[in-house]
Design a protein around this ligand. Structure first.
Ligand SMILES: NC(=O)C1=CN([C@@H]2O[C@H](COP(=O)(O)OP(=O)(O)OC[C@H]3O[C@@H](n4cnc5c(N)ncnc54)[C@H](O)[C@@H]3O)[C@@H](O)[C@H]2O)C=CC1
Ligand SMILES: O=C(O)C(=O)[C@H](O)COP(=O)(O)O
Length: 403
């Protein structure tokens, strides 16, 4: 393609210019682009009309109606792991190629889960690290995200059981789990349930409203339910009813049914909520852009040269300090460190406050996602003050900290 390519990208997708600047043709020449930006929830119709390459996030529904407005469109890239916002049949019918970014923000989600588990443990009166480690974790969905969650929580010392009816025996062998269970057995036996499935409405194990009244009733009293997959895996009325019936239940949700307008009563029944930002690390966002731009380049006959490390913004590593006199057998110091990596308490408070805005809750929900503070992954941090050869040093190293 020799003419200037028109690219329309979500206005909150970082790194698009930098990735496109890495494209080369067979002669090593860089192509020309016209880069247009638009709000992802409400794409600019004039821009859609002109776009040959469309780069979106999870909030843009790419369906027959959108494609009908986009006669020039040849490729859609979504800088996300999830693909439930893409109508694959409609894309195929129009012969528009597409790509997501598998695994791009899996580490970020796993770190959000670790921060969430430690925060909840620190909020539970007198819970020690040993007591936390005695909890049995059930992970539902052991793909890119679930397996990292399993790895991080087992590094923390918890025992993990998995549920993933779609994995082959060879894939199962690569996951760090103590055993496998069907969903009903897992829900009935786990103290902490982590949901990391895609949202699917068909196929052998659909997940839409998978956590319905009957399934929620199986959860143990006082179980912690963590969902960082998709909100509509949960049946909202059934969830509210189940929470009403058992005041001990703990719900820690990054994704909520009916985003960006979750039911206030549902939020009120959660101990922690966030506006679908578990995957929002700086590294995760740039990896997503890099992956979809590379796939788009190949589709249009170019190569995206170099490495993501060449273009990702270089920043001083965030500094963390192990609290002096911290008890390495207590939960608090680890919870504090992870709170500095992922601000679950702040995200929770900001979302609850945003949802009181009358009217405009949906805009306030989206604004929190758009203006989410820069978050670096654990590996980017430099941790000082941890005694050499201590149990704390061993554990923190296993969690990925440099100390
Ligand atoms: N909260 C957030 O910010 C983010 C949410 N996500 C969500 O997490 C989902 C999972 O991400 P990945 O692990 O990267 O996807 P993946 O495709 O690598 O893995 C999904 C796993 O779930 C399994 N699965 C599917 N249906 C299942 C069922 N009914 N029961 C148990 N397991 C089932 C699949 O076999 C697969 O192993 C994404 O589809 C996306 O919806 C992903 C990234 C960020
Ligand atoms: O990758 C996914 O799937 C997600 O859910 C994202 O982390 C959410 O991404 P954005 O829509 O905020 O880019």
């Amino acid at each position: 393609m020799s003419h200037r390519m028109t690219v329309l990208a979500d206005d909150m997708m970082p790194g698009v210019e930098a990735c496109l600047a890495q494209w080369r043709d067979a002669q090593g020449q860089a192509p020309q682009f016209r880069l247009l930006r638009s709000d992802g929830r409400d794409l600019n119709a004039e821009y859609v009309q002109q776009a040959q390459l469309l780069l979106v996030r999870s909030i843009t529904r790419v369906d027959a109606a959108l494609l009908a407005q986009a006669p020039a469109l040849r490729f859609v890239g979504s800088a996300t792991i999830g693909q439930d916002h893409l109508d694959l049949d409609a894309l195929a019918a129009r012969a528009v190629a597409w790509s997501t970014a598998p695994g791009c923000n899996a580490q970020a989600v796993a770190e959000w889960v670790l921060a969430t588990v430690l925060r909840q443990a620190a909020r539970t009166p007198a819970m020690t690290l040993t007591q936390l480690r005695a909890k049995r974790v059930g992970v539902i969905g052991l793909g890119h995200v679930g397996q990292r969650v399993a790895a991080l929580l087992s590094a923390l010392g918890l025992q993990i059981y998995g549920c993933d009816p779609l994995l082959s025996a060879a894939e199962r062998a690569t996951r760090s789990v103590a055993g496998w269970q069907a969903i009903d057995a897992l829900l009935a036996s786990a103290d902490i349930v982590c949901v990391h499935t895609p949202l699917t409405r068909s196929g052998p194990a659909p997940t839409w409203q998978m956590l319905n009244a009957q399934r929620l009733a199986q959860l143990q009293p006082g179980a912690w339910l963590i969902n960082a997959g998709r909100g509509d895996v949960l049946d909202a009325p059934a969830f509210i009813e189940a929470q009403r019936a058992d005041a001990q239940r703990v719900a820690l949700l990054d994704v909520l049914p009916n985003e960006p307008l979750p039911a206030p009563e549902l939020v009120a029944h959660c101990q922690q909520v966030s506006p679908h930002i578990a995957g929002h690390s700086l590294e995760g966002k740039w990896r997503g852009t890099w992956q979809i731009c590379a796939n788009a380049a190949a589709h249009f006959g170019y190569q995206q040269v170099g490495e993501l490390a060449d273009i990702i913004p270089v920043q001083a590593p965030p500094a963390l300090t192990w609290p002096t006199a911290a008890d390495p057998q207590a939960v608090a110091p680890y919870a504090e460190l992870m709170a500095a990596v992922v601000d679950c308490a702040g995200d929770d408070a900001r979302l609850r406050s945003a949802l009181t805005e009358q009217p405009g809750q949906a805009a306030a929900f989206d604004a929190l996602r758009k203006h989410y503070a820069t978050r670096r992954e654990i590996a980017a941090h430099r941790l000082s003050g941890v005694p050499n050869d201590s149990s704390a040093q061993q554990l923190l190293t296993a969690l990925g900290f440099s100390c």
